[in-house]
Design a protein around this ligand. Structure first.
Ligand SMILES: O=C(O)c1ccccc1N[C@@H]1O[C@H](COP(=O)(O)O)[C@@H](O)[C@H]1O
Length: 210
């Protein structure tokens, strides 16, 4: 039986890293795209990533950014999360493994994407909102995710403690990813919400295991 992994994204403060690690998060996300209210720069990434203990994955969130910047960030990261329109070739051109985020716009072909991004460690599925690359706080129709996709699925988009059990039972994802659902304000996490979220995930098993 496999538990559902958890990534907490959009961390900007040491105390939030500590809270996420203490609650049992598997991965922590740092938004490196300057258009986000949760953005941090490379100097801050260096400080925050040094706080993360062994066996917790440090993930850098990128949206169609300059290659030299991405490679410089890799020094402080374990995994890249490409959240823009990056091609497979771009995603594979850096010194870290990657996951590819796909926004669930009308007509998106997840099976084709799983094949195209063949070296991705997982596909992260997020809600689609025109003009916004992610972090919208909105859910999408989880029934659109095909069973037995050729890549592990990381479910994102509008998750919080009150809907994550339902999401896990519906989708059976490898992992869930949350940002806004554990915040007091953009970039400011709430330890009680992180605890609650982790508690809900860790006490749920996907329907395929029931
Ligand atoms: O968090 C952001 O500001 C962000 C900006 C650009 C692309 C993605 C972003 N966040 C990611 O979006 C999903 C869903 O977030 P939420 O839980 O709905 O707030 C998640 O992967 C965030 O890391």
């Amino acid at each position: 039986m496999q538990r559902t992994r958890v990534k907490i994204c959009g961390l900007t403060r040491e105390e939030d890293i500590d809270a996420a690690v203490a609650a049992g998060a598997d991965a922590l996300g740092f938004v490196l795209w300057p258009g986000s209210k949760r953005a941090i720069d490379l100097a801050r990434l260096a400080e925050l990533s040094a706080r993360v203990p062994a066996f917790v994955t440090r993930v850098g969130l990128i949206v169609d950014q300059d290659a030299a910047f991405v490679e410089a960030a890799c020094k402080h990261l374990d995994l890249l999360q490409f959240h823009g329109d990056e091609t497979p070739g771009v995603c594979e051109s850096f010194s870290r493994p990657y996951i590819k985020a796909l926004r669930m716009r009308e007509g998106v072909d997840l099976e084709a994407a799983a094949s195209a991004y063949g070296n991705a460690r997982a596909l992260l599925l997020d809600a689609y909102k025109p003009g916004v690359p992610g972090g919208t706080g909105e859910t999408f129709d989880w029934s659109r995710i095909p069973a037995n996709l050729a890549k592990p699925v990381i479910l994102a988009g509008g998750l919080h403690a009150m809907n994550v059990q339902q999401a896990i039972r519906a989708v059976g994802p490898f992992a869930v990813d949350v940002s806004g659902g554990v915040e007091a304000a953009p970039g400011i996490k709430a330890a009680a919400k992180i605890d609650d979220f982790l508690r809900q995930v860790l006490t749920t098993y996907p329907s395929k295991f029931q």
